[in-house]
Design a protein around this ligand. Sequence first.
Ligand code: ZN
Length: 307
Amino acid sequence: MDRSFHVEHKQETLANCPLCGSPETRVSLTLHDHSISHEDFSTHDCDGCGFRFTNPRPTPSAIGDYYKDSNYISHNSSGKGFLEHLYRIARKRALRRKAALIREYVGDGRALDIGCGTGEFLAQLMSRGFQVTGIEPDLGARERAISNFSIPVFPALEQIPAQEQFRVITLWHALEHVPDPKGTFKTLYALLEPGGLLVIAVPDRESWDRSYYNSYWAAWDVPRHLSHFRRMDVHRLIHEHGFEILDTRRMPLDAFYIALLSEGYRGSHAIWRYPKAMAIGLWSNLSSFLSNRPTSSTLFIAKKPNR
Ligand SMILES: [Zn+2]
């Protein structure tokens, strides 16, 4: 645990729902940050639209401290533990599948990945003929993406020049981290060329593994996750900002990784952690296929209309 967490971190409290603006919100959950700060955070549910968000939350200037840990392995490719090893194998396969998915819709062109981490997904797209740009707030990850793959990476979306246009924009587990989802959607619309593709993956709080793990569900990931989406929330954001939905898909791989982390947070013995995570991941996916319930994460594919 980082000793810096004994100092007070600046927080902000939202008086209104970030999606519909309603002032009628109420505390829904108290969640623990199991991975970095070990502090508690609450979520609010909006009475108007049902959206759930972390509230209060660290200010934009304080949130960086909640990412500063070598265990935050989404951005770390040098860990040596068994979990990190498994994670890297799964991630490599997932990266190839993601790049292939983009090629189903778009052959080439300019691609922007928001929350690009150390740049592996963009490198996959580059090898398939795309010109790529990344956004990554974390300095260490950003420097690695630039030095490993010579990719242009900016720290924030606002730093992309307004006249830039992309054929593809991807947010793989990034939208839940942004403080202003509606403002981000407006910027995405402006940055996409007409007919351009928008791809978004987020954890889904209506999945079976979420109800099984409850407050131990690793994909709550407070306070780094500021929004806790359901399919209907993302569909509404997509429609309200002028995009057309092309497809909504399951993401079966995520359940295993989330279950493994959740077992750790619940204190499962190391011997049982892996077989249990495997069983829970399988069951979560099976229940999704049998009952049309979402998987642990959901993938949204949308397009900006042609002029
Ligand atoms: Zn609302």
